[in-house]
Write a protein of this length. Structure first.
Length: 69
């Protein structure tokens, strides 16, 4: 599933997800749009989603995310 799929499942806005992941909204939007992001940024998104979902996911579970080291 994509970041957007998870976000919509949780009923969160992009701003809410960005806040929960402690990211700037523009950074989150870059991730959603498939632009290159750092691994720790993808991890922060996955961690926030995990907390909301109640089960663990990693950045590798986020389809369409373009991670650089």
């Amino acid at each position: 599933m994509t970041i957007e799929d998870f976000r919509i499942q949780l009923g969160w806005s992009q701003a809410e997800l960005a806040r929960k992941a402690d990211l700037d909204i523009n950074t989150l939007r870059r991730a959603i749009n498939g632009q290159s992001i750092y691994k720790h940024t993808a991890g922060a998104i996955a961690s926030a989603l995990s907390q909301g979902l109640g089960y663990p996911i990693t950045y590798k579970d986020l389809d369409g995310v373009n991670v650089r080291d």
